[in-house]
Design a protein. Structure first.
Length: 309
């Protein structure tokens, strides 16, 4: 399934905490996104901080105001393209076996397992959250990608010369970085909204879900949406496999020789519905597991080392 969102569709889904993190501003200043736009409300918000924190609060407010202006300029010039496919799947050891409509053989999506137990004492693999083939049940897995693209020439670079002058960035550099950080957030917001639609309608395993944006951002929904590059999916070369399951070209994504996505403002990954699914970090991959993983990926060991550090 393909869909396209506008900037205005996704602004409510933006996680401003990560936007401010990209600018080196502590996360508690992201509360500025909830402040009413009038001058009195903004002054009151700044004054709610300790004296020594108020300069940083003013900086956060200025940055957020610039971001709002930039989003307005991007609207109509930028689109967020999404693709998602649902497949029958089962787990076999640390592999997820996906049934494609064509062909008798399952498509193998190898996963990595923690080598050091987590706080619960288990060594987890993402494959653990799919029904094992031995139980006789078939599960479902979602494969998705989102990407941000401009539909017109470069948006006017007139944003916040005042803010740029207060940093080492030139106005053009500041505008470029603002565009990039907002595009990254819009790609993630597209994944957030897409996942909500998948849970409630396309897959429909949570049709009665009713969560606020804050609850979405704190992942209070059922299941997980790990992206390639997350600690539980550290192998960027998985993008080569995902691109065989969904049409990256349809959303304007191409891959470098190392599996990185172009444009940079893109997200790809999996959607899992298990109520027991959770995020974790694979951590250090030891030589024996790397050799096993390379075998399951059908890649030479030394080639695999380029992707797994």
């Amino acid at each position: 399934m393909l869909c396209t969102y506008s900037v205005s569709d996704l602004v409510p889904y933006i996680n401003w905490t990560y936007f401010f993190h990209a600018w080196g501003i502590p996360p508690h200043y992201a509360r500025v996104a909830k402040v009413h736009g009038c001058d009195a409300c903004r002054r009151q918000w700044i004054s709610s901080f300790a004296i020594d924190e108020q300069p940083k609060a003013s900086e956060a407010l200025s940055l957020y105001s610039d971001a709002q202006r930039e989003l307005s300029r991007m609207s109509g010039h930028v689109s967020i393209h999404c693709v998602v496919e649902l497949y029958p799947a089962v787990a076999s050891g640390d592999d997820i076996l996906i049934r494609k409509p064509e062909g008798d053989k399952p498509f193998v999506l190898p996963m990595l397992r923690q080598q050091t137990p987590g706080s619960d004492g288990y060594c987890l693999s993402t494959a653990d959250f799919i029904y094992d083939e031995a139980c006789g049940k078939t599960d479902t897995i979602g494969i998705f990608a989102t990407s941000v693209s401009q539909t017109s020439p470069q948006v006017s670079a007139s944003s916040s010369i005042r803010r740029a002058a207060a940093t080492t960035l030139s106005p053009d550099d500041y505008h470029t970085l603002m565009m990039q950080t907002l595009s990254d957030r819009l790609a993630e917001a597209g994944a957030e909204r897409l996942h909500e639609y998948v849970r409630k309608e396309l897959w429909g395993y949570a049709p009665n879900e009713s969560l606020s944006i804050d609850e979405l951002h704190t992942e209070q929904y059922q299941g997980i949406r790990p992206a390639v590059g997350y600690p539980c999916l550290p192998d960027i070369s998985l993008n080569f496999l995902l691109s065989q399951l969904i049409d990256f070209d349809a959303v304007g994504i191409s891959l470098t020789e190392h599996g990185m996505m172009i444009p940079h403002a893109s997200v790809s990954g999996l959607m899992l519905s298990s109520p027991y699914a959770r995020y974790f970090a694979v951590g250090t991959v030891l030589d024996d597991q790397l050799a096993d993983y390379a075998r399951r990926r059908g890649m030479p060991l030394e080639e695999m080392r380029k992707y797994i550090k």
